[in-house]
Design a binder for this molecule. Structure first.
Ligand code: NAP
Length: 252
C-alpha cells in the first residue's frame, strides 16, 4: 500500500470525451498516477487508449453518445464488468454553441443542455449508486469560467456550466456522508477544438491573452494535477468545491 496520498494505483476511472483535448489530458494524468481508465465518448478514443496502455495501465474504449442518456448505464456497467470496479468518474464531454441570445435556436439550447447537464447528472447518478454501495468514490465534473461569469453569445453553455456548479454542490451535500467526494474543475481558456474559433479570432484572442495573468492559453496537461488531487485520497475532506485552473483569470 502506497503512502503517497496522490497514488491512484488499483483505482478505475471513467473519463468521458477523452479522445481529444481536456478529456485526453485528464485520462493520461489519471493513468500516470496509476489508474486504469474507461474512455467513454462519441469518437472512439483509440489514440488515448494506446497512450494509457503505454503508461502500463489498462484502457477500455466505450463508444457512447451522450446527446441522450441512453448509453449512461451501459457505460458504468461495462466499466465495472471489464475493469473490475469504478472509483472515479470524470464528466468531461461537452459542447458549445455560439449565437446572439436574440437569435438563439431551441436546437442549440437543447443539444448543449442535454449533453453538458442532463447526461452529466445521470452519469453521476449511475456511478453514484455504485459508489454509495461501496462507500467510496470520487466524481469530478468539468465546469467552466462560465460557472462563475455570464459570458457572451453562449446562453445554453453558460446555463449548462452554471448548472454543473450547482449540481456539484447539491451532490456533495447528499453524498459526502456516503464517502463520495463530488467536486469540479473549472478550466480557464485552454487550447482545444472547443476554443479553436476563439483562438482563430485575432481580436478575441488578443483580448483574452491580455486578461490572463499567466499570459498564455492553458494546455490540457495544466489540468492534470487538479484532477489527480480530486481523484485521490488527498482530497478526502474536499466537498462541493469548484477548483479554477485558469492562469489567474478569475483573480482579475
Ligand atoms: P473538445 O476538444 O471539443 O472535446 C470535447 C469532448 O467531448 C470530445 O471528446 C467530444 O467528442 C466529446 N463530446 C461532445 N459531445 C459528445 C456527445 N454527445 N457524446 C459523447 N462525447 C461527446 O473540447 P475541450 O475543450 O477538450 O472540452 C472538454 C470539456 O471542457 C467540455 O466540457 C468543455 O465545456 C470544458 N471546458 C473547456 C474549456 C476550454 O477552454 N477548452 C474551458 C472550460 C471548460 P467528439 O470528439 O466526438 O466531438
Amino acid at each position: 500500500m502506497s503512502m503517497n496520498p496522490f497514488d491512484l494505483s488499483g483505482r478505475v476511472a471513467i473519463v468521458t470525451g477523452a479522445n481529444t483535448g481536456i478529456g485526453q489530458g485528464l485520462a493520461l494524468a489519471l493513468a500516470e498516477a496509476g489508474a486504469d481508465v474507461a474512455l467513454a465518448g462519441r469518437t472512439p478514443a483509440e489514440d488515448t487508449a494506446e497512450r494509457v496502455r503505454g503508461l502500463g495501465r489498462r484502457a477500455l474504449v466505450v463508444p457512447a453518445d451522450f446527446a441522450t442518456t441512453a448509453p449512461v448505464q451501459a457505460v458504468v456497467d461495462r466499466t465495472i464488468g471489464e475493469l473490475g470496479g469504478l472509483d472515479i468518474l470524470v464528466n468531461n464531454a461537452g459542447i458549445i454553441r455560439r449565437a446572439d441570445a436574440l437569435d438563439f435556436t431551441e436546437e442549440d439550447w437543447d443539444s448543449v443542455i442535454d449533453t453538458n447537464l442532463k447526461s452529466l447528472f445521470f452519469l453521476c447518478q449511475a456511478a453514484g449508486r455504485h459508489m454509495a454501495k461501496q462507500g467510496r468514490g470520487k466524481i469530478i465534473n468539468i465546469a467552466s469560467m462560465l460557472s462563475f461569469q455570464g459570458g457572451i453569445r453562449v446562453p445554453s453553455y453558460t446555463a449548462s456550466k452554471s448548472g454543473v456548479a450547482g449540481l456539484t454542490r447539491l451532490l456533495a451535500n447528499e453524498w459526502a456522508a456516503k464517502g463520495i467526494n463530488v467536486n469540479a474543475i473549472a478550466p480557464g481558456y485552454i487550447a482545444t477544438n472547443n476554443t479553436a474559433a476563439l483562438q482563430a479570432d485575432e481580436t478575441r484572442n488578443r483580448q483574452i491573452l491580455e486578461r490572463i495573468p499567466a499570459g498564455r492559453w492553458g494546455a490540457p496537461a495544466d489540468l492534470g494535477g487538479a484532477a489527480v488531487f480530486l481523484a485521490s485520497s488527498a482530497s478526502d475532506y474536499v466537498q462541493g468545491h469548484i477548483l479554477a485552473v485558469d492562469g489567474g483569470w478569475l483573480a482579475r
